[in-house]
Design a protein around this ligand. Structure first.
Ligand code: GAP
Length: 439
């Protein structure tokens, strides 16, 4: 069967709006640039993505979770290097007044306006990407706090608390999911680059000297995670950062890249952050952040291997990857998500609007809701309702028809093959559970 993958991002953007995955933020006011709201299905889908990452990370003996505050002591960002170093070089085009990043606009060695092509531009100036706000009622410099631009620092400053309270021995990791904010100069491509986004980061603390080995280990573990999510392996690759691309904290870095409809782009960063962050916090806070290794009697500041992925960006990659059109099936649109990621696992569809069929379907729907995200739909023709469920990635549809009232059986339709099975109602729970688990 021939399949047409996603070609244009705009196709997905309109599906997301039409089907309640993602809406433009503040749309009735004309929208707010680069901000997006997750609708009912998008919120559930994103939660499923987060749960898959959380389970992968924290269902291990050597990693624990954390949920740190977004607002942190301002000195954190001085110590981390973000106040002085987290900036982009910004220039203005004198011809068309367009403002852009100098480092992404070089043509034949000259800074060239990406909008009008003029090379008549202003001197570049450094633009810090952190959002500033004020704490308390006084709006002055002394009250400045930042919205965190990465979740990682919440983990570093809690290293001692977590190690002590959880009796963790090195090597061990701390995982966290949370919002981050960056005043990006060029946000865009839907939810790919936004100014408010969610990160899923894990910092793994290791003994200096073992860091390169652990770095390789985490590269492999993260690669296998994307396989488990069902992402097309041909659209994934690792790309190493050259010396001039490394972030201020990194000793080595690899990006997991995904081929989006707009090209190969970073999905996740795997970084060797050395002892940069803990040493900096030790210096700025005056608190010792050393680890004492009982067996060797060694005392050291741990090195950190970090895995950092944007939840919104991963969700977007999964949607792009899952989207397909089937020309031989009347251009059926399917989101081929793995069941654990699909926002609805099973939908209940009475064949017609006859009260007996509605009642039975609703009863089965209620029973299913105790176990899975389940939908009930009685509008439009059965064919249209199947298509609607295909488009949101629902793995199974259960149809109740007139025979069901007699033989106590229902029809279960499979999203991918469209095959239909007749299943006894008292077997439905184990049938659905089994199919979802062994997809
Ligand atoms: N703690 C390390 C760190 O934050 P990063 O490479 O700057 O590293 C990690 O960010 C991940 O966060 C990226 O790979 C990307 O998935 C996501 N991310 C970063 N900036 C983003 C933005 N403006 N919008 C959406 N996701 C973003």
């Amino acid at each position: 069967m021939s399949i047409k993958p996603l070609k244009e991002l705009s196709t997905l953007v309109s599906l997301c709006k039409r089907r309640g995955f993602i809406f433009q933020s503040s749309e009735i006011y004309g929208g707010l640039n680069s901000c997006w709201d997750y609708g009912p299905l998008g919120a559930q889908f994103k939660l499923n993505v987060k749960m898959s990452w959380w389970r992968e990370m924290t269902r291990r003996a050597d990693i624990v979770g954390l949920d740190a505050a977004i607002l942190m002591h301002p000195t954190v960002w001085k110590a981390s290097g973000h106040v002085d170093g987290f900036s982009d070089p910004l220039v203005d085009c004198k011809a068309c007044k367009h403002r852009f990043r100098e480092d992404t606009a070089m043509v034949d060695g000259k800074v060239t306006c990406p909008k009008c092509g003029s090379t008549d531009v202003t001197e570049s100036r450094s633009f810090n990407l952190m959002f500033k706000t004020h704490m308390g009622p006084v709006d002055n410099e002394g009250a400045v706090v930042y919205l965190r631009p990465e979740t990682a620092q919440g983990i570093f400053v809690n290293f001692e608390n977590v190690a002590t309270s959880m009796r963790k021995k090195i090597p061990f990791g701390i995982a966290q999911i949370g919002k981050s904010f960056r005043n990006e100069i060029t946000p865009g491509n839907f939810t790919f680059r936004t100014r408010e986004f969610e990160q899923m980061e894990m910092q793994y603390f290791v003994k200096p000297g073992t860091d390169e080995e652990w770095f390789e280990h985490w590269k492999e573990v993260r690669w296998s995670y994307y396989g488990k999510l069902g992402l097309n392996q041909e659209k994934l690759r690792y790309k190493e950062h050259g010396p001039d691309e490394l972030a201020h904290y990194a000793k080595a870095a690899f990006d997991v890249q995904y081929e989006f409809p707009f090209g190969w782009q970073e999905l996740e960063g795997v970084h060797n952050r050395s002892d940069f962050d803990l040493s900096q916090h030790q210096e700025f806070s005056g608190k010792k952040l050393e680890y004492f290794e009982e067996a060797s009697k060694d005392r050291f500041v741990p090195y950190v291997i970090e895995t950092a992925v944007g939840c919104d960006r991963l969700a977007l990659a999964l949607l792009c990857d899952a989207y397909r059109e089937e020309p031989e099936q009347d251009n059926r649109v399917v989101l081929g998500l793995r069941p654990e990621l699909a926002p609805v696992k099973v939908a209940f569809l009475p064949l017609s609007k006859k009260p007996e069929l509605q009642e039975l379907s609703q009863k089965l729907h209620q029973q299913a809701l105790e176990h899975w995200e389940a939908d009930y739909d009685e509008t439009a023709s059965i064919g249209k309702r199947y298509r609607r469920q295909d488009e949101i990635g629902t793995p199974l549809c259960v149809t109740v028809d007139f025979d069901s009232l007699e033989d106590q059986k229902v029809t279960v339709r499979h999203r991918d093959s469209m095959a239909q099975d007749r299943v006894a109602m008292d077997q439905l729970h184990s049938y659905v559970g089994d199919k979802l688990r062994n997809w």
